[in-house]
Design a protein around this ligand. Structure first.
Ligand SMILES: [Zn+2]
Length: 370
C-alpha cells in the first residue's frame, strides 16, 4: 500500500496504482474533505437568513422547512445537514435520488445502510426481495428470497465458495443518477467558486440543457468486495487542479459510501470551457483510497468508468451480486426437522433454494481515518 502523504497520511492506495497516484496527485490537490457527524449539527442559520446556493433565492420567494442533507441521507448520512438548500431545490434533488437508489439496487439493503431506515429491497417484478429482520434471540439477519425456484438468479459457486444473485434493477434515468452525485459535489463547493458554476447550477436544477450538453456524465467507480469491506459512514472530497492553465477539469469530486468510491469531474466550470472547445479534456482519476494498510484483507477492487449520458430510462440493467464465504461445505447441509427439532444432514440442492437468511459475518469497517 502507498501512503497518500501528499494529501492525508491516514490514507493509502494499492501499490499497483502507484503510477496513477503519482499522476493524479501531481495535478490535483484536495481542497475540501467532509465526513458525517454522529449527532445532530448545531449552528445552522435561521431560515429567514438563508440563501439557497442552487437557485440563489431567499425567503419569501422560497421556503426552508425541510432538513437538507449535504450527502444524501439514503447513502447513510443521518446528521450532515446544511442551511443552503431551499425546499424547491430539495424536492428536485430528491427525485434524482430516487434514480440513484434504483441504480444502486439491492446493495443498500444488503449493507444495512441506515438513512431513515434500512430499505426493503424489491427488484423489478419482485424477482428478488431482501429485507432486514430483527431477531432478539438468534440475532438480526438479512433475508433474501426469490419469487421462483429453478431460475438462474441464485447461483452457487462451489470452487470459489461464493454465491451470485442476479436480478434486474428498477428503472432509472442515467443522467439523473449523475445529477444526484453532481448535486452533492456542488453542495460542498466553496462559495466563491459558485459564480463559475452558474451554468452548471442551471443544468442541475432544470432539464433545459439536458439534450444539448451530453458527454460529461462519466462516473469512475471502485467497488470493494461486498460484506468484507465497508466505509463506516459516507465521506466526500473535492480536489482542484494545481495549475489553472492545465487542460483539465477544475474540480474532481469523490464520494465514498458503503463499499463504493465514485468519482466525477464537475462539468461547466467557466474556465474549463476553452479546454472543452479545444478538444476532449483529459481525465486523470484518483486511485482508490483506503484508510488501512493491509491490502490482503481487502480483496479484489472492481474498477469501471460508467457512462450516465442518457435521458432514456434504463429498464434492463442486470446486476450480479457476489456474496463471498457462504458455506464451508456444499455437499451436505444441516437441516432442522421443525416438528422434532432434530438436526439431520441432507444433500444440498441449490436449485431448490427459495431464500436464505444471512447472519452477518463480521464486516470490517474502514474507520481508520483522521
Ligand atoms: Zn433553491
Amino acid at each position: 500500500m502507498i501512503q497518500a502523504t501528499e494529501w492525508n497520511p491516514y490514507y493509502y492506495y494499492p501499490k499497483q496504482c502507484e503510477k496513477q497516484g503519482e499522476e493524479f496527485f501531481s495535478r490535483y490537490q484536495v481542497i475540501f474533505e467532509i465526513g458525517c457527524p454522529d449527532e445532530k449539527m448545531k449552528g445552522l442559520k435561521e431560515t429567514n437568513l438563508r440563501t439557497c446556493r442552487f437557485c440563489g433565492k431567499k425567503k419569501p420567494y422560497v421556503t426552508f422547512h425541510k432538513v437538507a442533507h449535504v450527502i444524501p441521507e439514503m447513502l447513510g448520512n443521518r446528521f450532515l445537514v446544511y442551511d443552503q438548500e431551499c425546499d424547491d431545490c430539495n424536492g428536485i434533488f430528491g427525485r434524482y435520488e430516487n434514480d440513484l437508489a434504483n441504480y444502486l439496487g439491492i446493495s443498500r439493503t444488503i449493507q444495512n445502510v441506515h438513512g431513515k431506515k434500512i430499505p426493503v429491497y424489491k427488484s423489478k417484478f419482485d424477482e428478488i426481495v431482501a429485507r432486514f429482520e430483527k431477531d432478539s434471540t438468534e440475532g438480526d439477519y438479512l433475508s433474501i428470497k426469490r419469487s421462483e425456484v429453478g431460475k438462474d438468479n441464485f447461483e452457487f459457486d462451489k470452487e470459489k465458495n461464493q454465491m451470485y444473485i442476479t436480478y434486474t434493477k428498477n428503472p432509472y434515468v442515467p443522467l439523473k443518477v449523475f445529477k444526484a452525485l453532481m448535486r452533492t459535489a456542488l453542495a460542498i463547493m466553496p462559495q466563491h467558486e459558485l459564480k463559475n458554476y452558474k451554468f452548471a447550477l442551471e443544468f442541475l436544477r432544470t432539464s433545459k440543457h439536458d439534450d444539448k450538453f451530453m458527454g460529461f456524465g462519466i462516473v469512475h467507480t471502485y467497488t470493494l468486495p461486498l460484506l468484507t469491506f465497508r466505509f463506516e459512514k459516507p465521506s466526500a472530497f473535492l480536489f482542484r487542479k494545481k495549475n489553472p492553465k492545465d487542460p483539465l477539469f477544475s474540480h474532481l469530486f469523490v464520494i465514498c459510501f458503503m463499499n463504493y468510491e465514485f468519482q466525477l469531474f464537475i462539468p461547466f466550470h467557466e474556465s474549463d470551457i476553452e479546454h472543452c472547445i479545444r478538444g476532449a479534456i483529459e481525465t486523470p482519476w484518483m486511485p482508490p483510497i483506503l484508510g488501512r494498510q493491509d491490502p490482503t484483507e481487502i480483496g479484489e477492487i472492481i474498477v469501471a468508468s460508467r457512462d450516465f449520458n442518457s435521458l432514456d430510462k434504463k429498464i434492463d440493467d442486470v446486476d450480479k451480486l457476489i456474496i463471498p464465504n457462504l458455506f464451508k461445505d456444499y455437499e451436505t447441509m444441516p437441516f432442522i426437522n421443525k416438528e422434532t427439532d432434530e438436526i439431520y444432514e441432507k444433500k444440498f440442492e441449490p436449485e431448490k433454494v427459495i431464500g436464505m437468511n444471512l447472519q452477518f459475518i463480521e464486516v470490517k469497517e474502514d474507520n481508520n481515518k483522521s
